[in-house]
Design a protein around this ligand. Structure first.
Ligand code: FAD
Length: 243
């Protein structure tokens, strides 16, 4: 944030403000903040994430819904061969999905996607649950789980929202997750080059030849996209978690 704000006139950016209300007329739009102050301008861009108050102002509550999956994620020094490379694994199976991504300086970003509902209580030791669920997967998943600690873990429940044909009204518009919540699995598939898919139990041992595997991957993606559209028109849903 400091780098983004560097060079702007002092006082232009105000941190720690919570937008609580928005109003507009034909000429101006006004945001009112939690401390009672307000800001008025020609245009308001709501970049306030998937629980966007700007979106709620435009279309009311209930536009965002919890997805059926969430992510346990950690960033920690984990000494496996992958950590020193520029490769990134995304492994999926019945139990959920696992991502492993080197982050430099001996750090590995690692995450596990599992089924989730907002009513689920936080487990006492999430890591024990992950070890039970994913501990039998191919290397280096068990090694990562053995080296991780509960303190490394953060949980993120995912959400999706209805993607509207327009994402603004009058002097108000939306960007980012406020306009279109982006589950990370969708992002991984759209921006990062996929490796051939392989079964969790044989990820390193017997990956199929790349061209055939890529063909299969694309076929599965198309099938999944088709099933998603059929099951839930108007909603983006991308995670393969099945149990
Ligand atoms: C576990 C996980 C992993 C992810 N991995 C990736 C990845 O690898 N690559 C990728 O591209 N994307 C990833 N994503 C998605 C990515 O994080 C989001 O798409 C992105 O952060 C959306 O940015 P945003 O600026 O629209 O919203 P946010 O990042 O949610 O930012 C919204 C901001 O608005 C503020 N705010 C909210 N309400 C108010 C209010 N009323 N008043 C004032 N401020 C407010 C919040 O405090 C926050 O700072 C991941 C998401 C998750 C949960």
């Amino acid at each position: 944030m400091d780098r983004l704000a560097d060079g702007l006139p002092g006082g232009l950016v105000r941190y720690g403000m919570t937008c609580e209300r928005i109003s507009q007329d034909g000429d101006r739009v006004t945001a009112t903040f939690g401390d009672g102050s307000s800001a008025t301008g020609d245009l308001l861009i709501g970049a306030d994430g998937h629980h966007s108050i700007v979106r709620r102002h435009l279309w009311g509550d209930g536009a965002v819904r919890p997805a059926t999956f969430g992510t346990w994620q950690g960033l920690s020094p984990i000494d496996v061969d992958l950590t020193g490379t520029h490769r990134h694994y995304m492994i999926t199976g019945r139990e959920g999905a696992c991502g492993l991504m080197p982050a430099g300086d001996g750090l590995l970003q690692w995450w596990f996607d599992v089924r989730w509902s907002p009513a689920d209580p936080r487990p006492a030791s999430p890591l024990s649950g992950l070890r039970r669920r994913f501990g039998h997967w191919a290397a280096p998943v068990p090694e990562v789980l053995a080296a991780a600690t509960d303190d490394d873990l953060e949980f993120f429940g995912h959400h999706w929202n209805k993607v509207r044909r327009v994402w603004g009204d009058g002097r108000i518009t939306l960007v980012g997750d406020a306009a279109h919540t982006m589950p990370p699995t969708l992002d991984a598939s759209s921006r990062k080059r996929p490796r051939p898919p392989c079964s969790p139990a044989s990820a390193t041992a017997s990956a199929p030849p790349r061209r055939e595997a890529t063909r299969r991957s694309l076929r599965r993606r198309r099938t999944h996209a088709f099933q998603t559209r059929t099951a839930s028109p108007g909603y983006s849903r991308t995670n393969p978690v099945s149990s």
